[in-house]
Design a protein around this ligand. Structure first.
Ligand code: SAM
Length: 302
């Protein structure tokens, strides 16, 4: 998810392996000046700029359709299930009865889709600052954004920082699925926002957010871990393997309003996935195991 360091479209060089007829392009996201991920795309579905960021949608050969914001891969049809299942089902299974869910960011619709799979959920409020992301994902990523029209979804195109300040004890679960903590996303990992989010949670509420990657963004992850614990003392981190994210390993934070450790932070979901919900990554065993951190990650968040 690192910001790009160089122009990211390079014409196919002659020494590239033969691709489909009609040529192709190579997209690279640099995770550091010396390494990154490169994918070959058959075509560019969209490229443009909103008031907030540069938006690109690619038809890639290996990962299907891909959303890129400011040069950073956000989600791909091939591996989005990992991230969206883990950022949604861990907090929702940690909460005994999640009825009102707030998702900040998440304009691709993946978190909304997963939250709606819980029949207990009566309303999902999605607060996405960039309406252009929502419209483009609805158009080009229907497999991910297809649930945004569900009657239980309330879509607000506004800054999540402002939205959360105007709500008190209103949500059972808050999930922050934002871009890198820079620009408009920067306040989402600072203490004032965490405090406002805690106020916006109902008693017993659960908070979850993406907390950067331990391989290339250890400093950012450490800062988020230290800051969230100032507001949510019981905050715990968990991991998932996301192939298209820097280092292939991504972290999340989970915390509870009550101050007592949320069930998931004690490595056990407080309730199983609803009957009939088929997942491809999340399982109750993965839920517990995800909180078992490798030593180098423990040292980052100590
Ligand atoms: N799943 C992806 C990931 O982890 O990289 C991110 C999904 S989604 C595309 C991230 C969204 O956060 C973007 O659409 C961006 O516009 C939105 N966002 C960033 N800052 C925001 C803010 N302050 N309020 C609401 N949405 C915000």
């Amino acid at each position: 998810m690192a910001l790009n360091k160089r122009p990211f479209f390079q014409p196919a060089a002659s020494n590239q392996p033969a691709g489909p007829p009609g040529g192709h392009i190579w997209f690279t996201e640099y995770h550091s000046p010396a390494s990154g991920i490169t994918v070959r795309a058959e075509k560019t579905l969209f490229t443009g700029k909103s008031a907030f960021q540069e938006i690109v949608l690619l038809e890639t050969e290996d990962y299907g359709r891909m959303l890129v914001l400011d040069g950073a891969i956000q989600t791909t049809e091939r591996d989005e299930f990992v991230y969206h299942e883990m950022i949604v089902h861990v907090p929702l299974c940690a909460h005994p009865r999640p009825r009102r869910v707030l998702i900040v960011g998440g304009g691709d619709g993946g978190c909304v889709r997963e939250a709606l799979r819980h029949p207990e959920v009566e309303r999902v409020t999605l607060v996405e600052i960039d309406g252009m992301v929502v419209e483009l994902c609805r158009k080009f990523l229907p497999k991910i954004a297809g649930s945004l029209g569900d009657p239980r979804v309330e879509l607000c195109i506004e800054d999540g920082v402002r939205f959360v300040k105007n709500h008190t004890r209103a949500f059972d679960v808050i999930i922050v699925d934002s871009t890198d903590p820079v620009n408009m996303a920067s306040p989402l990992t600072r203490a004032p926002f965490f405090r406002a989010a805690k106020e916006a949670l109902a008693p017993g509420g659960v908070y979850a957010c993406q907390s950067q990657g331990p391989v290339f963004e250890a400093r950012g992850m450490r800062r988020i871990a230290r800051t969230i614990r100032k507001v949510f003392p019981d905050a715990a981190h968990y991991l998932a393997s996301v192939p298209t994210y820097p280092g292939g390993m991504w972290s999340f934070a989970l915390a509870s309003k009550g101050g007592k450790r949320p069930a998931a932070a004690s490595f056990a979901p407080s309730r199983p996935l609803p009957r009939g919900v088929k997942t491809r990554y999340y399982t109750p065993e993965i839920h517990r195991a995800a909180f078992a951190l490798p030593r180098f990650v423990q040292e980052i968040i100590r």
